[in-house]
Design a protein around this ligand. Structure first.
Ligand SMILES: C[S@@+](CC[C@H](N)C(=O)[O-])C[C@H]1O[C@@H](n2cnc3c(N)ncnc32)[C@H](O)[C@@H]1O
Length: 377
């Protein structure tokens, strides 16, 4: 059975956090504290998204929220960046240089599945204040640029559905907000779904496991040829640079040992299959990039957790570019934003949704909607 699924629209994204778009000087302690508490409740708590949480950051968000000196540091985060994620990554990156510190011991224990000791908050505060200047340098210069290969587990059904619709054609991939471009190498990875379905090269060093909660749509098992791969990012990550790799590892939360291992393995693949990533704003680069896409390939534009960094107007312009392109050729679009991933097909300016699913943010599980109507948007 091929599922044709109803539901999602492309522009389903979380509203940007208002405080993150304010200049540092006007960010109040109260709003910053609220931001950390919301982060704890919505993103760290295990109940919020199974497997994506962090008890360590849940506790430390409360530590942050209660300490004006720590909030004074958080205030310095670069405009537009998710403040708690950036703050905790900056501390973790600094911590990598102090493996004997008490806080580093707490983080290692969390990574190994240990329970957090009550002294965690104090160790964090002491460490952060002792290394304030260095941490602030990261806050002012770095961005939250995760590159989660686990997400390929929920992109793959979209890519294979496009391949099934275009037998004999290669795919042309365009990743918007590609970061390092690890997800452009999705066809080099091995996939194991709880449904028993497996895909991809058996000798890949990257093995992605995913709980397919209600199975998978019917998919071809062989991967299509990929004739074009291109990413666009405001600040592409060069994983050939050890410091960039260390920053990316710092963005991985302490308990998420599996994610850290996947990142290292995907980096090994990346070092021998480095995709091209254009540096700049999507809205400026996408029209020209689309002109370079081979006409005989099935065009697939995808993005994960990127449009939340666009303004609402930019999201609308992005959608207009795709619709304009669809006057010339079929545009397949896989947006993975907010709570859902979808596969859209845009033809002659009109979009329909072919697949839609809820999924865990790092690809640990996916739950396809099983309504088999195509949904015009
Ligand atoms: C949270 S990361 C997600 C990275 C990757 N898509 C993944 O899922 O692993 C968002 C990425 O979008 C990029 N980005 C944000 N706004 C952008 C824009 N206007 N144009 C191009 N890239 C952008 C950021 O630089 C960042 O690398």
């Amino acid at each position: 059975m091929r599922w044709r699924l109803a539901g999602d629209s492309a522009a389903t994204v979380d509203p940007a956090e208002e405080i993150e778009h304010l200049a540092p000087a006007v960010r109040s302690d109260r709003a910053l504290a609220q931001r950390f508490r919301r982060f704890a409740a919505e993103e760290c708590s295990e109940a919020s998204d199974e497997g994506a949480g962090s008890r360590t950051y849940e506790i430390l968000s409360e530590t942050m929220a209660n300490d004006p000196a720590l909030l004074g540091m958080a205030r310095r985060c670069r405009v537009g960046q998710p403040i708690p994620n950036l703050l905790f990554a900056a501390v973790k990156r600094t911590l990598a240089c102090f493996p004997a510190s008490e806080l580093a011991r707490h983080y290692r224990s969390a990574e190994a599945g240990g329970r957090q000791a009550p002294k965690l908050g104090r160790a964090f505060t002491e460490f952060a204040l002792a290394h304030r200047d260095r941490i602030i340098q990261y806050l002012e210069s770095r961005m939250v640029q995760t590159n989660e290969v686990g997400r390929c587990a929920y992109l793959l059904p979209g890519f294979l559905t496009i391949a099934a619709e275009n037998p004999g054609s290669a795919l042309a991939l365009l990743d918007v907000g590609a970061s390092a471009g690890l997800n452009l190498n999705w066809d080099e990875y091995r996939y194991r779904y709880s449904s028993g379905d497996e895909f991809g090269p058996t000798d890949s060093p990257v093995v992605i496991e995913c709980d397919a909660r209600n199975g998978l749509p019917e998919l071809p098992t062989a991967f299509p040829q990929v004739s074009f791969r291109l990413g666009i990012d405001l600040a592409p990550v060069n994983l050939g640079d050890d410091e960039e790799h260390r920053w990316m590892q710092a963005l991985v939360w302490p308990e998420h040992r599996g994610r850290a291992a996947l990142l290292s393995a995907a980096r090994d693949v990346w070092l021998r299959s480095q995709p091209t990533i254009l540096q700049g704003d999507t809205l400026e680069l996408l029209p020209d990039a689309l002109r370079d896409v081979p006409k005989d390939a099935a065009l697939c534009v995808f993005h994960c957790h990127t449009l939340n960094q666009f303004t609402p107007e930019a999201r609308e312009r992005f959608e207009s570019i795709l619709r304009a392109e669809s006057m010339e050729r079929v545009v397949y679009h896989i947006p993975s934003e907010g709570e859902r991933v979808s596969l859209r097909k845009i033809v002659g300016g009109t979009a329909e949704t072919l697949l839609t699913a809820r999924r865990q943010v790092h690809g640990k599980w996916i739950a396809w909607d099983t309504d088999i109507r195509v949904s015009p948007e």
